[in-house]
Structures are given as structure tokens and as C-alpha cells.
Design a protein around this ligand. Sequence first.
Ligand code: AMP
Ligand code: MG
Length: 334
Amino acid sequence: MRRASSALLCLALLLILAGCAPQARTATVFAMDTVMELTAYGDKACVDEAVSLIHALEARLSVTAADSDIARVNSSGGGEIDPETAALLKRALELCKLTGGALDVTVYPLVRAWGFTTGAYRVPGDDEIGALLEKVDYAAVRVEETAVSLPAGAMLDLGAVAKGWTGDEIAALWREAGVKSGLINLGGNVQTVGGKPDGSDWVVGIRDPFSEDVMGAVSVRDLAVVTSGGYQRYFEQDGVRWCHIIDPVTGRPADKGLASVTVIGPEGVLCDGLSTALYVMGPEAAVRLWRENAGFDLVLVTAGGEVTVTEGLEGRFTPMGAYTDKEIKVMRRG
Ligand code: AMP
Ligand code: MG
């Protein structure tokens, strides 16, 4: 009798625990040219709202969708934009300044000339590049409240920061809804909410820029992990590989000795903007910028395959596969 009642008690406890353990809610979305995977432990409505948010942000921010805020501004040299687009543009302009113009939201005429976004890949001539470079200058963009104006011929592209911003927005939405555990995977852009449902950290893999494998993993909670690399989008012509990240100084795909840059920190949009910019800047300038600014850590993989991590990742970064036996250099601020 006693045994039966304790068995019943156990069963009841199990049922209560199963009822309390939040269920994994998932969605796969194709947006912003990326396959996105969302997982939230909680109410299904959270994932549905995140999917709607992704589509709404894409409709406003896409440089190619005809009636997005960005496309409208680009075709008419300015105009009124949604307050959220304006907030992202202002944050992006701060990041352009922070990176000395390595991130430049007006690089679009060149991105387009090289065929990225249109798919008509080509190597533009020096004269064409020179003429288009004259249109590139983030400092000439004016934003007053929700009114934007651009100099003649200038065009915006928020592609380097849009996914980071989207991850931040979804994370904020989920936290407000009481989600304690969530993983937002927007391609090379990952944003985490809390830790795993069992209380341990999320373990986020970092792609090996030279193969389909992972080169390592970082354990994180409530942080974004954003990677930019030449392997993500590129075309080849006459044996040369041209990647989608443009150096705003040369007007050509960036080639400063990095194969990939991963930025880890609480603000996804900062991590996204920096991963693109540091890829342009190269390893020494990337470490210098890290030393001078708080709020993020780095995993750098050079074109030669050397790996550097910054000190905040000590004990959090685990090399994997071909990288297990490599020397991992740790950068310190002091
Ligand atoms: P990401 O994948 O975040 O590194 O961003 C790359 C995308 O940002 C490209 O596909 C372009 O649309 C755009 N882009 C390329 N180079 C730059 C740059 N130097 N500054 C700002 N945006 C860029
Ligand atoms: Mg980026």
C-alpha cells in the first residue's frame, strides 16, 4: 500500500515536472538570403511572433525589395523611413565611425557593381571602381528623426548589420515574453537567450573557413556569436576568389589576411557590424580595435589558418577537428 502510494507520488511529481518544463518551439524561415532556425522554450506564440518580425524587418531593410525603406531612399536620394529603420541606421552609422569607415553603409554602389545582391558577378574596371568610390561616404548621410537624405548617387546597404539587429529584436521580444531559454540562428549570426533549458551554457559552433567542418565552439549565455568570412559568399574569376565584403578604401573585395572573424558580445548589431568591419581591417587592426573597446571578444582565423582568441574567451572556446592540435594564441588587454 505504502509502495503503491509512493509510486503514485512519483508519477504525479513527474507529470508536474513535465508540465512545468517548457516545450521546445521551433521554426525554420528563409529570409535575408539565409536559412534561419529559431528555437524557444516556452509558448508557441513567441516563435510565431519572431517569424513575423523577421519578415517585417526584411520588408523594410532589404536593399533589393522594391518598396523597402532602403530601396526607396536609394532610388530617390532620401525620404521618410520607419522609426525602427532609422534607429538601426543611426546605430550603424556609429559603428561606421567606430571602425574608421571599414564598415560603411554607403558601399552599396560597389557591392552592386561586383554583382553581389544581383547575382551578375563581374570584376569592374579600375575607372568604374574609382567613379563609384566617390559615392561612398557614410559621414555624408543625414538622419534627422525619421528623415534621411543622401548625397547624389549615394546608396545605403544595411546588409552588414541587419541580421545582428534582427537577432537582438527577437531576443528582446522573447525576454519580454518570459522565455528563459532560446537559440536564434540566422546563418552566421547566432543570438542566445539565457542558457540551455537544463541550465548549462549554449555551445555555438564556429565554421572552419577552409572546410565544411567546425573549427571550434564557444559556450555562451545571453550573447550573440557572429561570424563574417570570405567563404560565406564569393565568386571566382580567372583563378581569383572575390568575396562579398568590400574594402571601402580600395572598392575591391577585402583581402587583409583574415579568413574569418567571429565577434561575441551581448549586442548582436555591434557584433555583426564589427565582424564585417574587422574582416576588412585585418588581424592587427582588429586586435587594436578590441584593445581600445570593451563589450566583445574575438575569434580570428587568418588566411594562413592561425587562430587568435581574446582573453574573455579563455575557458569558453574549444578548438575542434583539424584545430584541436593547433596553437591557439590568446590576446590580452594588459
Ligand atoms: P556580413 O555578412 O555581415 O559580413 O555583411 C556583408 C554584407 O554587407 C555584404 O553582402 C554587403 O551587402 C554589405 N557590405 C559589404 N562590404 C561592406 C562594408 N565594408 N561595409 C558595410 N557593408 C558592407
Ligand atoms: Mg556583419
